[in-house]
Design a protein around this ligand. Sequence first.
Ligand code: ADP
Ligand code: 5GP
Length: 203
Amino acid sequence: MGKGAILVLSGPSGAGKSTIIHQASRHIGSFYFSISTTTRPPREGELDGREYFFVSKEEFEKDIEKGYFLEYAKVHDNYYGTSLKPVNTALQEGKLVIFDIDVQGHKLVREKLDDITTSAFITPSSLEELQRRLEERSTDEEAIIKNRIENAKEEILMIKEYDFIIINDDLSKAVNEFISIANAARLKRSTEDKKDFLQKWLA
Ligand code: ADP
Ligand code: 5GP
């Protein structure tokens, strides 16, 4: 691994993750946003290779077999996964790598790269507000929204695993908190870096 660092962002669908990353992006220095691969169909306005790489279930399963994923999970009945190669490249270049992944993905990243990982869980202050936002965004059908709300009740149980919680009610406050967290994440040093430092310091 290189000298980069990882920032995992999780939170229920509709919490405001994309909005926050987008608004913070000009204020957090150079970073690589990991574009996930998914089998869910694109929403209106989403582009292949921008929001996600959209693939069929068969293609996704082939990629699993080939070991292409750093982590993958089934979320709301679809596969979502993070490709290993671009992440490794960005880390070697010393970049901050930002993931928008679910709680299962966060757990898997922690198992593999804990010492360079910082995490934040984003949520509105209530379930009612989450539902309102999903309905207002109107990118998903009623049944899908219902499924996402049920999923949110499960996901919220995992907040104890995260370093930070961002309550996204006031958007600009949430964006500022995210910027602080991103800057701190960048300063996290790997176990290897600490060992190197110590060796030089004691030499
Ligand atoms: P996610 O990426 O977590 O699924 P989005 O960024 O798409 O969520 O946000 C869901 C919806 O909520 C969008 O319509 C967005 O404009 C809106 N939204 C985001 N943050 C806030 C906020 N603080 N107050 C009100 N609406 C918000
Ligand atoms: P959406 O369909 O709303 O874009 O995303 C649904 C959920 O999948 C969100 O919680 C999002 O964080 C998660 N997700 C997106 N990409 C990945 C990924 O590569 N891996 C995992 N584990 N979860 C992902």
